[in-house]
Design a protein around this ligand. Structure first.
Ligand code: GMT
Length: 390
């Protein structure tokens, strides 16, 4: 198939999933065209059958905010015409599903590409639900020829918030390259990250309020009281300065590293001992899955789709949002007990391999695409219990 993919190309789970999916599909013989305003951050090196089209925008002085959604629609339409795309896959509804719909309308009666939209999380739970975006988000979702969500939680939330029938949304969980994400990578950064032989506790995110960054610091403080450990914070965003201040106040600065954005988190996770994800909301928690594939047990909040990823009490431990005492206590207990840690580490890796490996999930996308292109798929439809969105 000839497939166009659009996504948020800078740091973030939805862009990572979109890019990894495109690369996996190209390796399986499909032609993949990425169409975004910047090169997706995980798109590096030459790959056969992979093309990148940068969306051009005229910085005309009248535009305080240049209309990217329109420029993207034009680029999607052009690539669809020139390359003869069978399908455009929009990752994250805003604005991609809308731009893809406009691009298809521009075929003006002729058959354009089929549209698949994958819902990732805050496009449904936060941003998309805001009154300034809600009606266009719902409209665009319903114009898609196929709709997927990364967890059952997100599918159900889409029905609740947007009145889209849950039966017309296919749940396809995120996936992981279990060859790249694994323990025992060489070179190992353990000696650099924890020169005193301390345990390595890690957090990776975009440092948005939804990630509850202060809870990461409080949980680590609790762990650090009982176990020699270092906290490695990977990523950047608005909560970082606040977190750095709190680390100073608690006297933890010598044991906390803020690395900023990092393109190859697999190298860092491969030598970590514990992963913290105490988010307020998380539709899936790709970072938790990346950690698990590297045999890193996860301490997280019991929210959203996280219980679908982390098996509580086996591959990690889930607690109510904000219960940093319980999270810290569980983390310290696990790090202090080598036999229990090995058990949890093995369970985390096994769960990632058995349920979320690329080899298992990517063929599901392929057959979903086929059903959409051949017109046998279930089109998104309004829920009979409609009342939301409108
Ligand atoms: O957190 C965000 O809003 C960003 C978004 C993204 O683009 O990375 O994350 C969402 O999509 C990821 C990939 O499917 C999921 O793993 C994250 O759980 C989800 N974030 C939230 O639901 C908060």
């Amino acid at each position: 198939m000839k497939i166009g993919i659009t996504c948020h190309p800078t740091y973030g789970g939805s862009g990572a999933v979109a890019t990894e999916l495109g690369l996996e599909l190209a390796a399986r013989g499909h032609d993949i065209h990425f169409i975004t305003h910047a090169q997706p951050f995980r798109l590096d090196g030459f790959r056969e059958r992979v093309y990148y089209h940068e969306v051009e925008m005229d910085p005309y002085p009248l535009f305080e905010h240049p209309p990217y959604s329109l420029a993207l629609a034009v680029a999607l339409h052009e690539v669809a015409e020139d390359a003869g795309l069978d399908l455009v896959h929009a990752h994250y509804a805003i604005p991609h599903a809308t731009s893809a719909w406009i691009a298809r309308e521009m075929f003006n009666g002729r058959r354009g590409p089929r549209l698949v939209t994958t819902l990732h999380g805050t496009d449904i739970t936060l941003v998309g639900d805001h009154p300034s975006f809600k009606s266009i988000t719902r409209f665009s979702i319903l114009q898609s020829d196929g709709l997927t969500a990364v967890s059952e939680f997100l599918r159900d939330r889409t029905e609740e918030n947007f009145g889209v029938d849950a039966d017309s949304i296919r749940v396809i969980p995120n996936f992981i390259d279990t060859e790249r994400y694994r323990r025992g990578r060489d070179p190992c950064h353990r000696a650099t990250l924890a020169p005193g032989g301390e345990k390595i506790v890690m957090h990776i995110s975009n440092f948005r309020p939804v990630k509850r960054i202060p809870d990461v610091v409080e949980t680590f403080a609790r762990i650090r009281k009982e176990v020699p450990a270092r906290l490695v914070m990977v990523g950047d965003g608005p909560e970082r300065p606040h977190a750095q201040r709190r680390v100073e106040e608690l006297g933890l600065a010598p044991d906390v590293l803020f690395l900023g954005k990092h393109a190859s988190v697999d190298e860092l996770l491969a030598c970590s001992d514990l992963f913290l994800l105490p988010s307020e909301s998380e539709s899936f928690g790709l970072a938790a899955l990346e950690a698990m594939a590297c045999g890193v047990p996860v301490i997280a909040a019991r929210v959203g789709g996280l219980p679908e990823v982390v098996e509580d009490g086996r591959s990690g431990f889930l607690f109510p949002v904000g219960d940093t005492d319980a999270m810290g206590e569980a983390g310290a207990a696990l790090l202090a007990d080598e036999a229990r840690w090995v058990e949890a580490s093995d369970a985390a890796r096994a769960r990632a391999v058995e349920h979320f490996s690329a080899d298992r999930i990517v063929p599901i996308y392929e057959s979903f695409y086929r059903s959409v292109v051949e017109g046998n798929g279930v089109r998104p439809r309004p829920s009979y219990a409609d009342g939301a969105g409108g």
